[in-house]
Design a binder for this molecule. Sequence first.
Ligand code: NAD
Length: 249
Amino acid sequence: MTKLKNKVAVITGANSGIGLATAKLYLKEGAKVVLSGRRKEALDEVAKELDGDFITVVADVSKDEDNKNLIEQTTNHYGNIDILFLNAGIAPPTPTTDITAEHYNEIFDINVKGPIIAIKEALPHINDGGTILFTNSIVHKKGFDGLGIYSASKGALRAYARVLTSEVKSRGIRVNSIAPGPIDTPIYGKMGLPEDVVEEMGKGFAESVPLGRFGKSEEIANAALFLASDDASYINGVELEVDGGLSQV
Ligand code: NAD
């Protein structure tokens, strides 16, 4: 359990779902972890169930000053960063006819601007040979009704990751993305949809996945460990689908 021994890892959206599962796994593998989330109470709650060397930092990724503060607190406490996992995201659906500028801005501020500003702040403090990892999604490869803005945000992030891969090449920093399929996390309860609609949507997703089920947060965390570790030392610039095959059918 030492694949990330003494590596400093920053994870956004670490108080829930994929981010929390990854924080737990990284800690198990010997990393020093900075768990970042929007709400202090949620971070305090998850801190109780964690073992290992970690700190929590409250940061709303849509706020530039919070991203700056997140990196400052990380470097003050642990020094330079080895793994930056940009994972926080939201996916509230809206059919195109109902889209508002607020809806667009909220999703893009959190899903696109947030990670980009965090990277800008972090880059001078990421060790050469480090890793930048995005939680993207398969949504930008397939059409899912009502998820236009969310899909566009993840497509934008993928395009950005390609450029970043090249921009950091002289420093040996690897930039990779994970594209989850439907994963059983609290995100579905935060979509602002009635429970029965979410349930129906869930059934539809599960039926269309070749493996016939939702994925688990831990299955994404396993990919996040692999991509951040030396096991993936020659994997760079990719988007790894962890989706039970959904994007391929
Ligand atoms: P989740 O709701 O459990 O986790 C999302 C995390 O992002 C939470 O910790 C939340 O607090 C945080 N967050 C949201 N807005 C934030 C903000 N403004 N500032 C800081 N943190 C903020 O859901 P999850 O499924 O674990 O989502 C993690 C990532 O996975 C997201 O980027 C999401 O788009 C992506 N994803 C999820 C699925 C899925 O089916 N669950 C599929 C594809 C991609």
